[in-house]
Design a protein around this ligand. Sequence first.
Ligand code: SF4
Length: 433
Amino acid sequence: MAKKRPAKGSRAVKQSVVREQVVQPDYYAKFRCIGGECEDSCCRFAWRVDIDRATWQRYQACQSETLKPLLQEFIQPEPSPDLRRLGKFATVKFLPNQDCPFLNADMLCMIHKELGEEALCNTCAAYPRVVNRFGQQGEYGLAVSCPEAARVALLHPEPTVLVVGDVDGALARRGIMNFTVDGGARNVSVMNQLRVLILRVLQWRNVSLGARMMLLGSLLNEVSPSQGGPRFRDAAGMTSVLDTYATLFADPGYVEAEFEQLPGNLPRKLQYTTGFLADFLTGATPRFQECLTAFASGLLNGNANETAGSMAALMAHYERIYDDFYLPYFREKSYVLENYLVNEVLYGLFPFVRGSVIELYRAMVFNLAIIQVMLVGIAGHYKGLTDERAIQFIQSFARRSAHNDSYIRELTEAIASKDEPSFVEVMWMLKER
Ligand code: SF4
């Protein structure tokens, strides 16, 4: 990757940038796969690996003595015409121990070793990178379901800045495109202004993270007023909302006071969050299971026989481990969760693709609540938190949840109204205690 230059003027994604360049978060270029050193390798524990057409054809023609029989046995043609139309021509059949069959004894990829990086399928060649397009602008991002990507994306104290870099030739040649935002130039420009404001809200360190998320929900509510109508207000209507919200940065005390007024409900939050533990356990990697075990132990004070009858004692214990073990870490490292939210916005082009604006906001609130509650329990178990523990949970949770939205759907059904869904009705989950 060539040298990066700061994005002109601000963190804004400028439409004037020439197409041969891409916009990416400043940490993007720091990512390097650590291969055999990886503690939660993407080559293990049965991820679905889709094989694109060019790679499928190449594997069929492969004459390597070592690889040919493996490719014949473990690359399975995709029977569904619908999936083939989406470019998924085959999948990798994982071993009974859930390892990729192409991993060698040194935990390195045999295809990469024998045939070179260009022989990898698009999925393996790109991960954990994503390639997006916002209007005419190409963008790169990182998935925090990869441990090393999570470290570079989440552990920097400085706010994330977008920078302009050169196109990665290897990704470009493959034509990889994960998410796109389309529309006329005027609309794309206003949506870009909205995204700039979203990033500014999430990085507004003068107020708590909960207050920032409340403000974000309020902003999204204003720009997408009707669930049955268009996603966003027309460009002129949205610009005036953005201008109004920009004035709030002058008054952090007001925003924090508004957040203080929001009622919380810790017993309900714990009940819903822990209710999904069983779902999480299905298909969890050992790294994630370790987090769940630590959480349960920390929450129940090491007493697995703790019963629901002692809810008051459980709340008191939760508040104690929150104060004694969770808060000391996050007083110093509040940027970790801020960085997580900012990365979500950049990686998945939030809130422009992959669902309605309200669904995406709820999912973000729920995920943040789950991460906070789980980290409180984990902090209780280990009598404190470290970068390593925080990354272990956030990364392995992202890995468990990234390809399974069913728990978010179930959580939404349990918490939010179906008839008159609103942004406000999930905000109580933003209260930490
Ligand atoms: S999860 Fe990330 S660091 Fe680990 S092997 Fe995969 S790409 Fe490399």
